[in-house]
Design a protein around this ligand. Structure first.
Ligand code: GUN
Ligand code: ZN
Length: 450
């Protein structure tokens, strides 16, 4: 019998467990009795059936986590740290109304660094509890609060790419003269990128973060894209989320062909760019995204919560877009990526019913891939994380399948059935452990493993 104390908290270690992971070659590995060997540096040195263990690996030294299932840590490609306190509030409001009423007051509170100091560590624990080991997140417009958030991420151990929000039109920061916003926002973003991009041996990263075309001038969009390129940072913003927002962008940028063209003219498209939502993209926009390799963060829970629309995921995938999943808290009510997968699957079903969508919907293992390896690919980190394969860093979670059984004793023999129940019967406490680079994260309600 193993107990709480036996959950390994730092590398090196060997765990024995049921294993489920997408593979880089397109397949899935499901192994009821597997070993995962994590080396001194927190990398995966060996993975495979316990029966095939290589010599001189001592099976006796393996920590037996069965019946837990070890999977790759989940990747949240779009989330807003200051917004967590209002998660679950404001369903059905139009985006621009919801931002004014429920969101800008919360972000304004980050003018005080101590608010971020209190909230960010709790947020990172909550991500780990949900099984999320990598986030691409927005902060607020205030630079000191971003330092606090990065410091908290550094201490917690989560893999985090964060960005100070940039807004030089319709901002909530009343302390700053409009004529100086652009210059100051660029300077602060550059300073943050210099301090944090690549910090903690590459576990932390910077994303230059103009909020969206409604709150940024063409100058801000262009200069921010140039800053991302010159610092090697990511560039993230929102696109085509709801109809009111799209109409406002058309009004503000009459010279642009469509919403995406606003970002294209700014030099913002490419493989280091992650655009959130894209619910209502035209065929031209989809083709241009594919052509430029620009990434999309699909946030299905958010899109239903704010009644933004049903994103035609299958059409976008067919066009060759690289798409990961985002919780988009607080427009998405829950941090859990299992929850995002569930809502995403329901949206695809709804599109079949009401939209006449004839393309095949994704299966449970496709959703697993999107929440892990595709998220990693969207970040250009698929050679580092996203699956449990030799040479990758050990960003792992251990999930308890007993909590999702419909009645005690029911087990899922096939990987698709297991993943299906993790998605459609997700339990808030089912993630028992989460590791980044083999280091256990504080957050999951770790219990004794019997
Ligand atoms: N568009 C611009 N800002 C936001 C935000 O904070 N949340 C969402 N869902 N959409 C946005
Ligand atoms: Zn968002």
């Amino acid at each position: 019998m193993s107990t709480l104390a036996s959950i390994p908290d730092s590398p090196p270690f060997v765990v024995r467990a049921r294993l489920l992971t997408p593979l880089s070659d397109g397949g899935t590995m499901h192994e009821p009795d597997a070993l995962v060997v994590v080396d001194d540096d927190g990398r995966i040195a060996w993975v495979g059936p316990a029966a095939d263990q290589p010599e001189p690996l001592a099976a006796a030294s393996a920590i037996d986590l069965r019946p837990l299932v070890v999977m790759p840590g989940l990747i949240d490609l779009h989330v807003h740290l200051p917004q967590l306190p209002n998660a679950g509030v404001g369903a059905g409001l139009e985006l621009l109304t919801w931002l004014e009423r429920h969101i800008f007051p919360l972000e304004r509170a980050w003018v005080d660094r101590t608010v971020a100091e209190r909230l960010a560590p709790a947020a990172f624990r909550a991500f780990a509890h949900a099984g999320t080991t990598t986030i691409l997140a927005y902060g607020a417009v205030f630079a000191p609060s971003m330092d606090a958030a990065f410091e908290a991420a550094e201490a917690h151990g989560i893999r985090a790419i964060l960005g100070k929000v940039m807004m030089d039109r319709a901002t909530y920061d009343e302390s700053i003269a409009p004529s100086t916003i652009l210059e100051r926002s660029l300077r602060e973003s550059a300073d943050l990128a210099a301090r944090w991009h690549g910090a903690a041996d590459g576990r932390l990263g910077y994303a230059v973060t103009p909020r969206f075309a409604v709150s940024c001038t063409a100058d801000m969009l262009r200069e921010s894209a140039a800053l991302a390129a010159s610092t090697g940072s990511w560039w993230q913003t929102h696109i085509s989320e709801d109809h009111g927002e799209i109409a406002e962008v058309a009004r503000l940028f009459p010279e642009a062909i469509d919403y995406l063209d606003v970002y294209d003219r700014a030099g913002g498209l490419g493989a280091r760019t992650v655009l959130a939502h894209g619910v209502h993209l035209t065929d031209r926009e989809v083709a241009r995204l594919a052509e430029t390799g620009t990434r999309l963060a699909h946030c299905p829970s958010s899109n239903l919560f704010l009644a933004s629309g049903l994103m035609p995921l299958a059409r976008y995938l067919e066009a060759g877009l690289v798409i990961g999943l985002g919780s988009d808290v607080a427009a998405g009510p829950e941090l859990s990526m299992f929850s995002a997968m569930r809502v995403g699957a329901y949206v695809q079903n709804a599109l079949r019913v009401v939209g006449g969508e004839e393309r095949a919907s994704l299966g449970p293992l496709d959703w697993l891939r999107m929440g892990t390896l595709e998220g990693a690919r969207a970040l250009g980190l698929d050679d580092v994380i996203g699956s449990i394969e030799v040479g990758k860093e050990a960003d792992l979670i251990a999930v308890d399948p007993s909590l999702i059984a419909p009645v005690p004793g029911v087990t899922d023999d096939t990987p698709a059935d297991l993943m299906s129940r993790l998605i459609f019967r997700a339990h808030p406490d089912m993630v028992r452990a989460a590791w980044v680079r083999g280091r256990l994260l504080e957050g999951p309600t770790t219990i004794a493993v019997v």
